[in-house]
Ligand binder design. Structure first.
Ligand code: COA
Length: 172
């Protein structure tokens, strides 16, 4: 996928993204909303390892959000397996200086369009921690439906939280 949008470009990761990725991702406010597998603090070595991983598995639909010629975030689909193989989980994050400009909503709409035209998927789902209304809003603006509250199913930064499950189907 390579999409030039009004305020950003969605494209494959490149080796030279590592320094700007590290600068964008080294942010506690970003980390607090994501899984613990994202390191914090986020070093240049973490960024280099991440980009290497992406380059080694180019078939995974996981992309860089480029803003102002720098890696400003990430967006990707993680396909399920076995009986869930037509479902993918959507994840995304954006560097804090760019929040509130509609960039992630545009990126989500673009990847959904890509997913349902280029990949064998019938459903895309996303899990939002209950304390992240901005992310829930991104999904609502992208025509995901709220399907339910998973009570106390995550622990993040020592706090047990509910997750909100959102999904969009191919035919919707
Ligand atoms: C969540 C995140 C991706 C949003 O990105 P963004 O580019 O700022 O999103 P957009 O500008 O497209 O839309 C944000 C919407 O949330 C709204 N919003 C922001 N803060 C809010 C709050 N505290 N309560 C309610 N709505 C809020 C904005 O007003 C906007 O909605 P609007 O267009 O109706 O006004 C970004 O904040 C981020 O990267 N956060 C850290 C990582 C993360 O949360 N990832 C998702 C994990 S599920």
């Amino acid at each position: 996928m390579h999409r030039e949008l009004e305020q950003c470009t969605i494209r494959r990761w490149r080796l030279e993204d590592a320094p700007s990725l590290a600068a964008s991702a080294n942010n506690r406010n970003v980390w607090l909303t994501l899984r613990d597998r994202m390191p914090h603090p986020y070093s240049l070595a973490d960024a280099e390892a991440y980009v290497q991983q992406r380059l080694q598995d180019p078939t995974m639909p996981i992309f860089c959000i480029e803003v102002d010629d720098a890696a400003a975030g990430g967006i990707g689909l993680h396909p399920g397996d076995d009986v869930n193989r037509l479902t993918a989980e959507l994840g995304y994050w954006l560097a804090e200086p760019f929040w509130g400009r509609g960039i992630t909503t545009a990126a989500v709409k673009a990847i959904v369009q890509y997913a349902f035209t280029q990949l064998p998927l019938t459903r895309i789902e996303a899990y939002v921690y209950e304390n992240n209304p901005a992310s829930a809003r991104v999904l609502e603006k992208s025509r995901f439906q709220f399907e339910g509250r998973l009570r106390k199913n995550v622990i993040k930064d020592g706090v047990v939280l509910d997750s909100l499950l959102y999904a969009r189907l191919k035919d919707e």
